[in-house]
Design a protein around this ligand. Structure first.
Ligand SMILES: [Zn+2]
Length: 183
């Protein structure tokens, strides 16, 4: 067993919107990241699901212990997530989670503003291999347009900025293909 998160499989299709997320900006907004906080108990809720937590915050680091049970599971999950800060150049501190997931025996430990619960554990976007749905949808349009070829491109007059953006990326795809072919 490689530890936390090992062996879990995630679909490439998972998108951020389908996963529950924790955001340090929310924690800050909810006044949870107050130095001196010790073992503060609470819960995060999304609709009818919830995750209990215990929070300890120091001057520039903290620990968020997460406790929850997946639907249909018989045991609770219970593990700590480290919180750290970096200085902003305009003063003040920015809070980050350190991703708690382990992949192939190596702890991720990446700094992340958001951790996503996809599968059983919270982890950073990279670990969960997430893509934003909007990006996926626009990629699908870009490739459909590139497949259809130059004649399918919209004329500049009357096209919206978004349409032109997709058209431009489709052109880049076509250009890259031609460059590859020419080599
Ligand atoms: Zn990670």
């Amino acid at each position: 067993m490689g530890g936390l998160g090992s062996g879990a499989r995630y679909s490439k299709k998972d998108t951020v919107e389908e996963c529950r997320a924790l955001d340090t900006a929310d924690l800050k907004r909810w006044n949870l990241l107050v130095p001196g906080t010790t073992n503060w108990a609470g819960s995060f809720r999304w609709g009818d699901s919830s995750v209990s937590y215990r929070l300890t915050v120091g001057a520039d680091a903290g620990t968020l212990r997460l406790m929850y049970r997946m639907t249909g599971a018989s045991a609770d999950l219970d593990y700590p997530v480290r919180l750290v800060t970096t200085r902003c150049h305009l003063g003040g501190a920015r809070w980050w989670f350190l991703c708690p997931l382990t992949k192939d025996g190596t702890r991720c430990g990446r700094r992340a503003r958001k951790l996503y619960l996809c599968g059983r554990y919270f982890g950073c976007r990279r670990c969960h291999d997430l893509t934003y749905r909007s990006r996926q949808e626009s990629d699908a349009r870009v490739y459909a347009l590139a497949r259809a070829g130059l004649s399918a491109l919209p004329t500049i007059t009357g096209a919206s900025v978004a349409q032109l953006g997709v058209a431009l990326r489709a052109l880049t795809v076509l250009e890259n293909r031609m460059t590859r072919r020419a080599r």
